[in-house]
Design a protein around this ligand. Structure first.
Ligand code: HOZ
Length: 431
């Protein structure tokens, strides 16, 4: 396989962009080598600048649940663009998307749109603090909620991949109200509530962790959190930026039957364009300006192109049978890859929640950051390059999730499993 053009483009990019990428997760820091520069995409495929084609399980880190360049989404966005790209004034489109979100997401009674998942989590925590009049928040180890200063504490995603738990530039004072606990431990949360419950505004978590690889909650964990939050008057906040419209149509909260007070959304809700949102109980959301005193704003928030892509995506997903078919395809793929690993004598711990999944090079169950971080990242790196060579692209890190779409047909799944069989055989000898 020839990567000459990607190599040249990466060199040029490094001259004018720090590290040559606009988000560290895109660099190949954890797997070695250098990023592929992408030129175009269609359905389940992306093509790099050297004309190499890959089956894509990154899907822009989750948003593209209908695959790349879905004709319905593209047509809707093209039509919207001819009517104007931004007005800085309200549109009926925003209400339509908000109504869809309130219909689909159990906790959503009102919604405020922003431009990214980072904005959504920042804003939802300001809201939790404004509503409760308390300053402290709890976040979980290995969960990632975007790059706001006060959330860059024991974070997952590229922060974990690059080993940058305490980024320089984050003042100590900013994180003094951020408490942390391990994922999947009710005891740890109860201990924090017992000592400081009156000062804690909310606990934010990815209900299915997707940024330390994909780690589902253990049985009873989310329901237990709901109970503890009610007992101590702490708001329960789900960061469903990744899991929303992915674990189930209504997100992890629908799948596990646990309704948080507030929810942060992103990725799928923008259908591949930049959108984030936060939503929740009406009485809490009424604190947001101009309905209430908590300030939060954005020039491009509710952008008509992005909102149009979101509406088109959610309407497609809602059609009978569509979501279940994506989950079924993802399950077949997971089973096939796990079987291929086991045939090659390689220990994988495989997880799946709806349309997202992950393969840990780990012979122990992965339930939190402690266990996830014991995975064999060298083996993951070998597997990554062996699969790229065979035309399959997935996140270049052990601490990210794979994603599936409507465009990943049975044929694509079979091709991926066959690639995995030969890739595992190739790497098995010297792991
Ligand atoms: N939030 C994405 C999944 N961890 C990564 C996106 C990025 O950092 O570029």
């Amino acid at each position: 396989m020839n990567f000459t053009n990607s190599e040249k483009l990466f060199k040029e990019a490094q001259e004018v962009i720090p590290g040559g990428v606009n988000s560290p997760a895109r660099a190949f820091g954890a797997v070695g080598g250098q990023p592929l520069f992408i030129e175009r995409a269609k359905g389940p495929y992306i093509w790099d600048a050297d004309g190499n084609r890959y089956i894509d399980y990154v899907l822009s880190w989750g948003p593209l649940i209908l695959g790349h360049t879905n004709p319905t989404v593209i047509k809707a966005v093209q039509e919207a663009a001819t009517r104007g790209t931004s007005y800085g004034a309200p549109t009926a489109l925003e209400t339509e998307l908000a109504e869809l979100v309130c219909e689909i997401v159990p906790s959503a009674e009102q919604v405020r749109f922003v431009n990214s998942g980072t904005e959504a989590t920042m804003s939802v925590l300001r809201l939790a603090r404004a509503f409760t009049g308390r300053d402290k928040i709890i976040k979980l180890q290995g969960n990632y909620h975007g790059h706001a200063d006060f959330l860059l504490v024991q974070a997952g995603s590229a922060v974990a991949t690059l080993g940058l738990p305490d980024s320089p530039g984050v003042p100590k004072g900013v994180t003094q109200d951020t408490l942390t606990a391990p994922f999947n431990s009710l005891e740890a949360i109860e201990a924090l509530f017992k000592t400081g419950g009156d000062d804690i505004a909310g606990i934010i978590l990815e209900p299915v962790a997707g940024n330390m690889g994909m780690v589902p909650p253990v049985e009873g964990y989310l329901a237990g959190l709901r109970q503890l939050c009610d007992q101590y008057g702490v708001l329960l906040i789900f960061d469903e930026v990744m899991t929303g419209f992915r674990v189930a149509l209504g997100g992890a909260q629908e799948y596990y039957g646990v309704t948080p007070d507030l929810t942060a959304l992103g990725k799928v809700i923008g259908g591949g364009l930049p959108v984030g949102a936060y939503a929740g109980r009406r009485d809490i959301m009424q604190t947001v300006a101009p309905a209430g005193p908590m300030y939060q704003a954005g020039t491009l928030s509710g952008n008509p192109l992005a909102v149009t892509a979101g509406i088109a995506t959610l309407k497609e997903l809602k059609k009978p049978g569509v979501f279940d078919k994506i989950v079924a395809g993802a399950t077949t793929l997971c089973e096939g890859i796990s079987a291929a690993a086991s045939a090659a004598g390689i220990s994988l711990y495989q997880t799946q929640a709806g349309t997202m999944f992950c393969f840990f090079f780990n012979d122990q169950p992965v339930t939190d950051w402690d266990t996830a971080s014991k995975s064999n990242t060298r083996a993951l790196a070998r597997f990554f390059h062996a699969m790229v060579k065979r035309g399959v692209y997935f996140p270049p890190s052990q601490y990210e999730s794979w994603f599936f779409s409507t465009a990943h047909t049975q044929e694509v799944v079979v091709a991926t499993i066959q690639a995995a069989q030969t890739a595992f055989a190739e790497i098995a000898e010297d792991l």
